[in-house]
Design a protein around this ligand. Sequence first.
Ligand SMILES: NC(=O)c1ccc[n+]([C@@H]2O[C@H](COP(=O)([O-])OP(=O)(O)OC[C@H]3O[C@@H](n4cnc5c(N)ncnc54)[C@H](O)[C@@H]3O)[C@@H](O)[C@H]2O)c1
Length: 344
Amino acid sequence: MPEPVTVPPFAVISGAQVQRALQGREKQIVELVEATYRLHGAGDSVNPPSYFLRFPDRPSSRIIALPASIGGRVRVDGIKWISSFPGNVASGIPRASAVLILNDHYTGYPFACLESSIISATRTAASAALAADRLSRGRQRPTRVGFVGTGLIARYIHTFLVGTGWSFDDIGVHDLSADSAAGFRCHLEQSGADGRITVHDSAEQLIRSSDLVVFATVAGEPHVHELSWFEHNPLVLHVSLRDLAPEILLASTNVVDDIEHCLKADTSPHLAEQLTGNRDFLLGTLDDVMAGRVTVPEGRPVVFSPFGLGVLDLAVGKWVHDEVARSQELHVIDDFFHELRRYG
Ligand SMILES: NC(=O)c1ccc[n+]([C@@H]2O[C@H](COP(=O)([O-])OP(=O)(O)OC[C@H]3O[C@@H](n4cnc5c(N)ncnc54)[C@H](O)[C@@H]3O)[C@@H](O)[C@H]2O)c1
């Protein structure tokens, strides 16, 4: 006899609860992200293309829907709905805001709504820290990190690198906004970060003096074109996806999170595909590297361009939900689903 299914309770999880659940859990979350990439690589997920809602009257803003389904032991479906309004930063509020809805595997019922800007930044930073580790094996481990674009994502990536065992002799900082660069520097100092902190006036200075370069800007099109800036073969975490001219990718080893996802929406890998008419410039996915199906060659820059997969949000969101439930702090909304008898 199949188990009778019931309507699950519906809970709302605040940003404060999300942050408490994730605080200090960097290693665990990187392991979770790694396991999720493996599940996705093995085909035990559904991750359709993200839908970009854009507005003719507000061309720099967008809201993206990332529906996904994940199998394995996690077994959850859902959607992240994330806004990017870059103009917010001038008013002192974050660019991105988001919710994540988790749906029950058996009934389809939504059972949680979570504040998700923290989950999104967390999974992005965990993926970057995982890539930094996996892509630097077999080459000298970087000791000089540089951040181009120093907002929330840069802060989370630094926290995840340190939380997973990285330490640096030098930390470079570059941002078009002097206030952002100063704010990030202040955060690094207050968090007791190891290493000399240098604010660079140009992306060139920063790239030339870093062997691990993190791009976390809001650039809509490439602003870095000079191949010679990369002649020391750095490892580049190209999290903001649109900073590098396609020529730089063509002279580098390229790793992505998901090929179909990443070659869309005018990302630099998408521009490289348009320029060459093929995908030969891609080595493979991070999962291919982790599984040993491809090997990262020495003697070239390595660029990781992660499109950002909905399955990662689901995996981290479900983990947070289960943590909050375990500590009996779920705010359940009684009677959220009300019309439950077919004929009243
Ligand atoms: N790939 C993924 O999975 C993923 C996930 C989350 C966010 N992101 C991307 O990360 C980026 C950063 O997000 P955030 O929340 O930190 O944004 P933010 O607005 O808080 O910070 C971005 C910073 O970049 C600076 N900047 C813009 N253009 C620049 C340039 N050409 N050179 C140097 N600095 C520049 C801005 O002044 C700002 O300080 C966004 O593009 C976002 O879409 C990617």
